[in-house]
Ligand binder design. Structure first.
Ligand code: NAD
Ligand code: UDP
Length: 308
């Protein structure tokens, strides 16, 4: 197949490109390098089945493709809050452009949605049927509401125009190729520990997240994209749930060194708890994560040792 990956030079996008190329597909990788980088795809640039296009998805594009994976959007809170209006434009106009192309060339189109559509969830763990608890006017809203609107667009194009959609809600995923300055918690803690700097816990560290290793997630992407039973939304994530304090302690144990844990103010609207209900993924795509947090952290630490 010929497959378009938007956001293909980012953390998840570059792993997806690797997987699709490995399976013998032709890949068009589109990215504006806002948070992605050439380093992530450098090993693919000479591959005969790989093509890179520097482009911003808020502007329309046309490619003859069989499938589209839409991943273009900054995912880390400091990066998506850097230019919040642009973040909403990327989610909303990017979705319209992907869906318009999918309609035109009759491609199947995949949306990388997020657990952030559940906001600060009042239901725990979060099943796909939960409508969420999202502040529409806060600092996270550009991302959360942008992604919610993108889901709306995907389902309206599906109902109105019979576009063949697939919508995944991704829970916190980590691994090699996250940027050293990404700003999300796993890479922050590892980079701080490797540099011997203080480990910055926001708030009291009792808030929870569930961390999925990238290889598990990409396996789920490809399985979900290539089944025809449901269009989604489907949660993908690791149901193991940890406090940020536990994550900091585990990272320190694995990296070693002399870093101290310090506490910084909790950002506004920071969700207090998050854990995916993956009953649907288990049933439909027979998927569940295989890499425990400690193993995934060891692999990620090995990567960051080469970067820091
Ligand atoms: P990332 O920041 O590494 O990757 C995003 C990529 O999109 C980058 O390469 C960036 O340059 C590109 N991009 C951003 N705006 C663009 C634009 N306007 N035009 C073209 N390219 C643009 O983040 P990631 O973790 O790889 O996330 C990929 C996707 O998965 C995002 O849509 C994100 O919302 C979603 N997601 C990720 C997670 C996670 O835990 N990693 C969780 C939920 C959802
Ligand atoms: N966090 C932290 N220290 C950091 C970065 C993040 O304690 O250096 C916390 C953050 O407040 C949140 C959790 O870690 O409670 C996950 O943050 P991240 O930005 O990785 O993703 P989120 O799930 O909030 O989008």
């Amino acid at each position: 197949m010929r497959i378009l990956v938007t956001g293909g030079a980012g953390f998840l996008g570059s792993h997806l490109c690797d997987r699709l190329i490995k399976e013998g597909n032709e890949v068009v990788c589109l990215d504006n390098f806002f948070t992605g980088r050439k380093l992530n795809i450098a090993h693919l640039l000479d591959h005969p089945n790989f093509e890179f296009v520097r482009h911003d998805i808020i502007d329309p594009f046309k490619y003859e493709v069989d499938q589209i994976y839409n991943l273009a959007c900054p995912a880390s809170p400091p990066h998506y809050q850097y230019n919040p209006i642009k973040t909403t434009k990327t989610s909303v106009m990017g979705a319209i452009n992907c869906l318009g192309l999918a309609k035109r060339v009759k491609a199947r189109v995949f949306q990388a949605s997020t657990s952030e559509v559940y906001g600060d969830p009042a239901v725990h763990p979060q099943p796909e049927s939960y409508w969420g608890n999202v502040n529409p006017i806060g600092k996270r809203s550009c991302y959360d509401e942008g992604k919610r609107c993108a889901e709306t667009l995907f389902f309206d194009y599906h109902r109105e125009n019979h576009v063949d959609i697939r919508v995944i809600r991704i829970f916190n995923t980590y691994g090699p190729r996250m940027h050293e300055a990404d700003g999300r918690v796993v890479s922050n803690f590892i980079v701080q520990a490797l540099r011997g700097e203080d480990i910055t816990i926001y708030g009291d560290g009792q808030q929870t997240r569930s961390f999925c290793y990238v290889d598990d997630l990409i396996e789920g992407f490809v399985r979900f994209m290539n089944q025809s039973e449901i269009v989604g939304p489907m949660n993908l994530g690791n149901p193991g749930e940890f406090t940020m304090l536990q994550l900091a302690e585990l990272t320190l144990k694995l990296v070693g060194g002399k870093s101290k844990i310090v506490h910084k103010p909790l950002p506004a609207d920071d969700p207090k708890q998050r854990r995916p209900d993956i009953t649907l993924a288990r049933k439909v795509i027979k998927w569940e994560p295989t890499i425990p947090l400690e193993d995934g952290l060891k692999r990620t630490i090995a990567y960051f040792r080469t970067r820091v």
